[in-house]
Design a protein around this ligand. Structure first.
Ligand code: SAJ
Length: 459
């Protein structure tokens, strides 16, 4: 059995290596365009070097194992698809502009075309990218049939197997997570179940239709976004009522009874990343593609887009909290120096895609503030949309700040000492705004800070 994997990225590389290491699979081709931006990966991978940034436990060892045993090779030669029993596509669906509601499918469409051009009867094609419900059985099927002259379901099998890996634990996630696998027909589902069962160790394969698998993936993150919006809304209410949202959160989370568990997530400065900010729109676009109407009570918009609205409001709320803290010490945003701590969208991460810090940064500057940005994880040279002044010099960013605003809960910020920060700010009463519950409010207020925190109506 020979397998091909399109897209040598965070999802494709670990998947290809695990297929290469799986029983019953003789060879895996990692298909990678020999483009100016990513062609370098081909030689690197064939040398046994991972092109992925950051620590991925076990990945480079596995890569060297399968390269030296000859069961994996990376190639730009798409004609080798003809010899593959199965081809999976883990192509990113990037956004031209983060303001776009849906991604640019061009790279994925190009990859599907390349598969179609060399597809042979009896093969299985599996899409792993996060896609709008209806894509596998719709657009992907049409392109593959058009390019290959074959008939999906009869001449080749077609399925969707969404991934849910987290950077830093790619191999573990693929081996251990349960995996939804959905075909355009029963045979396709069975073929895909057989393929993925070979790489999973503890995870289970959950068979369903291709469209159900697409909905599962987008709905999983839509629900997560909704849960975060629910607790962000609660935080805003707690601020208005003068109570501490974290006391309420602890209370709710601790309510246990016969099988009762309350999932309550964390309020914060906003929701970023490539998944939660977009999967809601994938899901609702799928309803329009497949169902026609987004159906909800007369005159109301969908709950999920309301949730997106609440999460996207949090950076603006952070600016209101900053303005309020500055006012407490007789200052305004206009003319203030703000030290923004944390550009990444996730704690202890270098990923800045769709970071909620960006709308805050833009609005603060528009209000006349000067903003210095610190992030010890984000690499200014490679991260998306990084402000010119991004610095790793925390003391330099804090020097002379009228307000310190925490946007990411990086571990470096959990150890900040109020008096030391105050010394660096150089004013008697600096402001501190905590967007991720990493600041000890009492200690910083005692040190003379004007304190605000998301959900901290008690301060
Ligand atoms: N966030 C909160 N409160 C929370 C949890 C997260 O404000 O309680 C914020 C984070 O600060 C971040 C954003 O939401 O800005 C997204 O956080 P995340 O932990 O969901 O990180 P993602 O989007 O990189 O990863 C999610 C994960 N999905 C789940 O955990 C169910 C990941 O496993 C998926 O692989 C990924 O989406 C994806 O690829 O869909």
């Amino acid at each position: 059995r020979t397998v091909g994997v399109f897209g040598m990225g965070y999802v494709g590389i670990p998947a290809a290596l695990l297929f290469a290491d799986a029983p019953g699979i003789e060879h895996v081709y990692g298909f990678q365009r020999d483009s100016a931006t990513s062609g370098y990966k081909i030689a690197m991978l064939n040398r046994g070097e991972s092109p992925l940034k950051g620590e991925e436990p076990g990945l480079e060892d596995l890569l060297q194992k399968v390269v030296s045993s000859g069961t994996f090779s990376c190639t730009p030669d798409f004609s080798k698809v003809a010899g593959c029993d199965a081809v999976t596509l883990a192509i990113q669906t990037p956004f031209k502009d983060s303001k776009d509601l849906l991604p640019d499918f061009t790279p994925l469409i190009e990859a599907i075309r390349n598969v179609g051009r060399h597809l042979t009867p009896g093969s299985l094609v599996v899409l792993e990218s996060t896609i709008t419900p209806g894509t596998t059985a719709g657009m992907a099927r049409e392109i593959l049939e058009e390019e290959s002259g074959l008939v999906a379901g009869e001449d080749f099998a077609l399925a969707h197997a969404p991934e849910r890996v987290m950077v830093g634990r790619l191999l573990r996630n693929i081996r251990e997570h349960d995996r939804c696998v959905g075909g355009i027909d029963e045979v396709s589902t069975a073929r895909a179940v057989d393929l993925y069962s070979r790489v999973l160790t503890t995870g289970q394969v959950i068979p369903m239709t291709a469209t159900a698998a697409e909905v599962t993936k987008t709905a999983e993150n839509t629900f997560r976004d909704l849960q975060i919006a629910a607790v962000n809304q609660l935080a805003l209410y707690c601020e208005a009522m003068g109570i501490n949202v974290y006391d309420v959160r602890d209370g709710i989370a601790s309510i246990k009874g016969e099988g009762i568990t309350r999932a309550i997530l964390w309020p914060g400065a906003g929701v970023g990343g490539h998944c939660l900010t977009k999967d809601t729109y994938h899901l609702e676009r799928g309803v329009q593609v497949l169902g026609g109407e987004l159906d909800y009570p007369e005159g109301r918009e969908s709950l999920y887009t309301l949730a997106r609205g609440i999460n996207d409001f949090m950076p603006a709320h952070m600016l209101r909290l900053t303005e309020s803290a500055l006012a407490q010490v007789g200052k305004t945003l206009n003319g203030a120096k703000i030290a923004l701590l944390g550009w990444a969208f996730l704690n202890d991460s270098d990923d800045a895609r769709n970071t909620p810090a960006e709308p805050f940064y833009e609005a603060a500057i528009a209000a006349g503030a000067e903003v210095a940005v610190h992030d010890p994880w984000v690499d200014p040279a490679t991260a998306a949309g990084v402000p010119a002044g991004l610095s790793r010099d925390l003391e330099g960013v804090l020097a002379g700040a009228d307000a310190v605003v925490v946007f990411a809960g990086h571990r470096e910020y959990r150890g900040l000492v109020a008096d030391e920060v105050k010394g660096l700010c150089g004013c008697v009463h600096p402001a501190i705004v905590d967007g991720r519950n990493v600041i000890d409010a009492e200690a910083w207020i005692d040190a003379g800070f004007a304190y605000r925190g998301i959900g901290r109506g008690d301060k």
